[in-house]
Design a protein around this ligand. Structure first.
Ligand code: ADP
Ligand code: MG
Length: 696
């Protein structure tokens, strides 16, 4: 048996390989770039490129690619081979520092939201040396950022790196005030828990909706769903277990720390969680994980569905973004410390997060908004579209004590004063129980649970880092000027709690009553992508994001347009697919079954005059009415699709999708799902929910 330690990271040009293949001088210089962001000398780049190429070729690689993450949310790559003609008519394998550092994909067809005029259509990709290069499919992958020649970000990595830098800048100001001058940098880390469904590939192939849109657009509920709750953490079926083992191995080779795997709530639903890493690396790894999940599934005759809502009536899939901030000296700033002094610092960072989430609810909500995720948020299975923070009773009691100048636990007499009191350790057991909160403190990190399973984690982390950087900036501005640091600190935390406590909610987020209460607290409830996405251009958001250098105003508006365009296009494809399936498959099948049943009535009358035909008559009557309804609903949907084509303004188009197109789709589906329950299984044109959900 091969040992994991032997092949873990075997396809990664990691620190160990760098040390072994680079001269000491080059290695040190590259390390400085990786750790501190110092610019890379071209001679160093040449040496690194050469070592990378030799290593990659020794592993069988023939090509290299600059791998990047355009605003579509998926990854892009263009492959070049290493070959270069030699004078003797043969070839040599070459790769220069210039090719490593910068690429120029012909990127004119990636969305830029108007950032890039066609005459300067070419963007360029720039190597991100902090994320290791790796080999996949005989190709050397170089993680890169993607920019226009004007310097505008055309991807998700550039703003993510900028947001990490903004948070670093502001956090260092705060740490300095606490006398931490050994800390050289602060980084955010993320561990994304990834949910997914597995379905049998042969069944998948028979459904146009799964093929075209990644979700079922039709389908009556299966007789058994998730009500028995027997799937969650249940024993893993052999075929799925084989898939998971294979997946782990592929991910480990790529240096991805796949750690936990288990069944999820819905039948056929599973989860994979990695050990956390620095945010930009976690983002690269999560993109890669999603790709590898899908690829490995095919080898097992399966299809991995990453859509947020593949099946109506059972849970959809999300992605939990476990997030924390830590220093290069190894301190997690979201962990309560051992001393009163450490605790004051912890409480300040905690206050910064609370303020950030309250001030920028809209930015967090829209960072996870897609057509797919709209099916989950607010649908009693995922956190609601309302953002709130779960802190747990213990920590909430501490904050209340600070707010009210009272002791935080009944056994003590003194008031809760910062710098005096020692906080309890908040164990995971007391903090991790509320699964309904969109943003939960889990002992030493926050878990942002609104992300959809197919979301890139970059958007959520860009906005989260930015918002927290903004809180810290405001705090540092106050505290740097303070005469009495301790007193100012106390007042600042107290005021922050008073002002922002409305965002704290420890109850059941799925409860209808909470939504009403949230409204009375003034929290925003942005239900759909069309509702929330335009808010990115609100002045307060533009001011904040531009002031930290995370986006330019042009970049912000381009992102709104791209995301709304994506929403409109995704739903439109679903609508067109529904029309196609209804017209060519569902209506003919239901009509045929109704007709055959009608013929059975006359055949029966001939064979057995006077025999009852009540059953057949009911089927024919009800099914015929549904066939007419499906026909009418299909025509209405076609009309809506045509009207959508005429709308030029993207915000208007997104509202039309929300208000007209989606309701028209719902109408057609309702009729078709009812018809399915009246039609004999042998007549139904594609596999039904029970087969899909229990077929693996
Ligand atoms: P679970 O939620 O399954 O009980 P954990 O809470 O231990 O398990 O971890 C869930 C995820 O949170 C994992 O991906 C883990 O690596 C990640 N995680 C743990 N600590 C941190 C941290 N300090 N920063 C970011 N992510 C973390
Ligand atoms: Mg968790």
């Amino acid at each position: 048996m091969e040992k994991i330690t032997d092949y873990f990271g075997s396809m990664v040009f990691d620190d160990r390989i760098m040390k072994a293949t680079l001269s000491e001088k080059v290695y040190k210089s590259l390390k400085r770039t990786i750790d501190r962001g110092t610019p890379l000398d071209i001679s160093v780049a040449n040496a690194v490129a050469s070592a990378m190429k030799d290593w990659a070729v020794s592993k069988g690689a023939t090509h290299y690619t600059h791998w990047f993450q355009p605003m579509t949310g998926i990854t892009a790559e263009k492959h070049d081979s290493f070959i270069s003609p030699a004078p003797d008519g043969r070839v040599i394998m070459e790769f220069s520092g210039k090719e490593l550092v910068k690429g120029e994909p012909d990127a004119s067809s990636f969305p830029s939201g108007g950032l890039r005029a066609t005459f300067e259509a070419r963007g360029y990709t720039a190597w991100d040396p902090t994320s290791y290069a790796f080999i996949k499919d005989n190709t050397l992958y170089i993680p890169t950022a993607f920019c226009s020649y004007g310097g505008e970000a055309l991807d998700k990595k550039v703003p993510l790196l900028r947001s990490m830098e903004a948070l670093n800048r502001q956090a260092l100001r705060i740490l300095k005030l606490f006398g931490n001058d050994k800390v050289r940098c602060v980084k955010t880390s993320v561990g994304p828990e990834q949910e997914y469904f597995l379905v049998d590939r042969e069944l998948w192939k028979q459904r146009k909706d799964l093929i075209m849109t990644g979700r079922t657009l039709f389908g009556a509920r299966s007789p058994k769903g998730q009500e028995m709750e027997d799937h969650y953490f249940g024993s893993i079926k052999p075929r799925v277990a084989e898939y998971m083992a294979d997946l782990d191995k592929e991910l480990w080779k790529l240096g991805i720390l796949a750690k936990t795997k288990h069944n999820e709530v819905a039948p056929a639903q599973h989860e994979l969680a990695p050990i956390f890493s620095t945010t930009n690396i976690a983002a690269d790894h999560n993109q890669l994980t999603m790709e590898v999940m899908q690829k490995v599934a095919l080898r097992h005759g399966l299809v991995c569905l990453l859509h947020e809502k593949p099946f109506a009536g059972v849970n959809g899939s999300g992605k939990h973004n476990n997030w924390s901030i830590s220093t290069d000296t190894g301190v997690n700033l979201l962990t309560p410390g051992e001393t009163p002094y450490e605790n004051a610092q912890f409480l300040l960072f905690l206050a910064a997060v609370i303020k950030a989430v309250d001030d920028y609810q809209d930015l967090l909500r829209l960072s996870v908004a897609t057509a797919g995720n709209d099916h989950r948020l607010g649908a009693n299975e995922a956190p609601p579209a309302v953002i709130s923070i779960f802190l747990g009773d213990e920590l909430t009691a501490v904050l209340e004590a600070i707010e009210n100048d009272t002791p935080y636990d009944g056994t003590k007499k003194e008031k809760m004063t910062l710098g005096v009191d020692v906080l309890p350790q908040f164990s995971k057991d007391t903090t991790d129980r509320n699964r309904t909160s969109p943003f939960a403190f889990t002992g030493n990190k926050f878990e942002f649970r609104m992300l959809g399973s197919s979301n890139s984690i970059s958007c959520a982390n860009i906005h989260l880092n930015a918002a927290v950087a903004e809180s810290l900036r405001q705090f540092a501005d106050v505290l740097e000027k303070a005469d009495d640091f301790k007193a100012s600190l106390h007042t600042l935390i107290k005021e922050t709690i008073t002002k922002h406590k409305r965002i704290i909610f420890n109850g059941n987020g799925y409860d209808e009553k909470w939504i009403a209460e949230a409204e009375s607290r003034g929290l925003s409830n942005l239900r759909t992508t069309a509702d929330c996405m335009p808010k990115i251009c609100d002045k307060k958001n533009v001011d904040m994001l531009t002031s930290h250098g995370i986006f330019t105003e042009a970049e912000i508006c381009s992102r709104r347009d791209i995301m709304l365009d994506n929403y409109v296009k995704s739903v439109n494809i679903e609508a067109v697919t529904m029309i196609d399936m209804a017209k060519k498959e569902i209506i003919p099948a239901a009509a045929k079954y109704a007709a055959d049943t009608a013929s059975a009535i006359s055949a029966k009358a001939a064979a057995a005059p006077g025999a009852s035909n009540a059953y057949e008559t009911r089927i024919v009557t009800e099914l015929s009415a549904l066939v007419d309804e499906m026909d009418a609903a299909t025509s209405a949907l076609e009309k809506a699709v045509d009207e959508l084509k005429e709308i030029e303004v993207i915000v208007t188009a997104s509202e039309f999708v929300r208000d007209t197109l989606i309701p028209a789709m719902d109408r057609l589906r309702a009729a078709a799902d009812k018809a399915e329950t009246l039609t004999a299984e042998s007549y139904w044109p594609f596999p039904t929910y029970d087969k899909l959900l229990f077929g693996v």
